[in-house]
Design a protein around this ligand. Structure first.
Ligand SMILES: *Cc1c(COP(=O)(O)O)cnc(C)c1O
Length: 427
């Protein structure tokens, strides 16, 4: 038995499914997950000493590669002063100023500890600000595991959400309406069904939790217009896209201005951080200024802020990072497309900049229904072959590949060789 297998055997006895987040399980794959010992740059090493080229990147935070020296040093330095005070610190002010000065649609921001908390709090603020209860989300978009957002409502448009999870009372999701990604008419229909009741439309400006699904031309602009027309706030959940597509996230990339934005992942550089921000008059609804309650013992934690702010400052002062990620994305994902084409396969490779995913289906993937029709058994075979070739992908069809600046030509070439080997039947 491998060390990972032994650890997994112990883990399942004491942790549900052996993992502290279900995305880490190899459920669909039928193996023990690889337990990780350490990581550096674009490489991750499991407890058995196997090295892999890592395309999970901690689900996004490691945009500069694992164990980035400046971030690591900032964390060690912050630790020397104490881990947490539960009181205001200078670095929180610096973080807030830095983001607000560099992102035009964020005038005020509040730090929390996860993306889940960020979205939950943003939605509460939007409801407090508008005095309305309903929200519209999109099937296939993930916004964390708070009750009201655990609705993906598979087929078509529905007025009141059916919870996706046991333990979520129907009452918690009855104000969550679900629209179809890339389908503005489905949003309009919902807005008209509940006139003056929709507080916010929340969207992943690039879908990255049903595999990567790009917004079609006019979709995000169309949402902006519909929100203005119906008096709803537009919330961009930029937990993945923020500081990744551009420093200003998808809002900057697509030139669409949301009223509120949520961050996570990259903003903490690997520490547990989330944040929500937006227009001043909305954010001033939040306690202690306003009536919307939201708090956190460890929010704005100085060690986490040191990690996050160091990474954000680096990204801001190295704008070449984003050109570099575009180039790497073009090389890897474009290369994969070329391999598929050469082998006469019509599988869909959706990608944008550093994010990509391969769907095992011939038709265009533009929403949840089309994403779900991918052949997940074919994905599982591909995943295992890649793992054997030393390529660490997310163990699910419905997760993105994340490129970092640490993925160099050699790593990308090796990845393409493995993909080529697999699809030309050599592996
Ligand atoms: C990961 C993610 C979340 C949840 O963040 P956690 O830190 O896991 O709670 C929310 N929204 C999006 C778009 C995400 O990708």
């Amino acid at each position: 038995m491998t060390v990972s297998e032994t650890l997994f055997e112990r883990a399942v006895k004491r942790i549900p499914g052996g993992v502290n987040s279900p995305v880490r399980a190899y459920g669909a794959i039928g193996e023990a997950p690889r337990f990780i010992d350490h990581a550096d740059g674009c490489y991750i090493y499991d407890a058995d000493g196997n090295a892999y080229i890592d395309y999970i990147d901690s689900w996004g935070p490691m945009i500069l590669g694992h164990n980035f020296p400046a971030v690591r040093e900032a964390v060690i330095k912050a630790c020397e002063k104490g881990l947490s005070f539960g009181c205001a610190t200078e670095i929180e002010v610096e973080m807030a100023e830095f983001i607000c000065e560099n992102i035009p649609h964020v005038e005020m921001i509040r730090m929390v500890n996860s993306g889940t908390e960020a979205v939950m709090s943003a939605v509460r603020s939007a409801r407090g600000f508008t005095g309305r209860d309903k929200i519209i989300k999109f099937a296939g978009c993930y916004h964390g595991h708070s009750d009201a957002l655990l609705v993906s409502a598979g087929s078509g448009v529905m007025t009141s959400g059916i919870p996706d999870s046991a333990g979520v009372p129907k009452g918690c999701t009855m104000d969550t309406m679900t629209a179809v990604y890339n389908d503005l008419d489905s949003v309009k229909t919902l807005l008209e069904q509940a006139p003056d009741q929709v507080a916010a439309v929340i969207v992943e400006p690039v879908g990255a939790n049903m595999g990567v699904v790009l917004p079609e031309e006019g979709f995000l602009v169309g949402l902006r217009k519909l929100c203005d027309q119906y008096g709803a706030l537009l919330i961009f959940d930029e937990v993945i896209t923020g500081f990744r597509l551009a420093f200003g996230g998808a809002a900057e990339y697509f030139h669409v201005k949301p009223d509120m934005v949520t961050y996570g992942k990259i903003i903490g550089a690997g520490m547990p951080v989330g944040a929500y921000g937006g227009r001043k008059e909305i954010m001033e609804m939040v306690s202690p200024v306003g009536p919307v309650y939201q708090a956190g013992t460890l929010s704005g934690n100085p060690v986490a802020m040191a990690a996050g702010l160091t990474q954000l400052r680096y990204l801001r002062s190295h704008s070449e990072v984003y050109r570099d990620l575009e180039k790497k994305g073009g090389k890897l994902y474009g290369g994969m497309e070329e391999i598929l084409r050469k082998n006469g396969l019509s599988y869909q490779m959706n990608h944008i900049s550093s994010l990509g995913s391969l769907f095992f289906i011939g038709e265009k993937v533009k929403d949840y229904a089309s994403a779900k029709s991918s052949d997940t058994k074919a994905f599982a075979r591909y995943f295992l072959a890649m793992l054997k070739a030393g390529i660490h992908l997310a163990p699910s069809q419905f997760e993105a590949m994340f490129l970092s600046t640490a993925h160099d030509d050699e790593a990308i070439d090796r990845t393409l060789m493995a993909v080529e080997g697999y699809f030309s039947g050599l592996l």
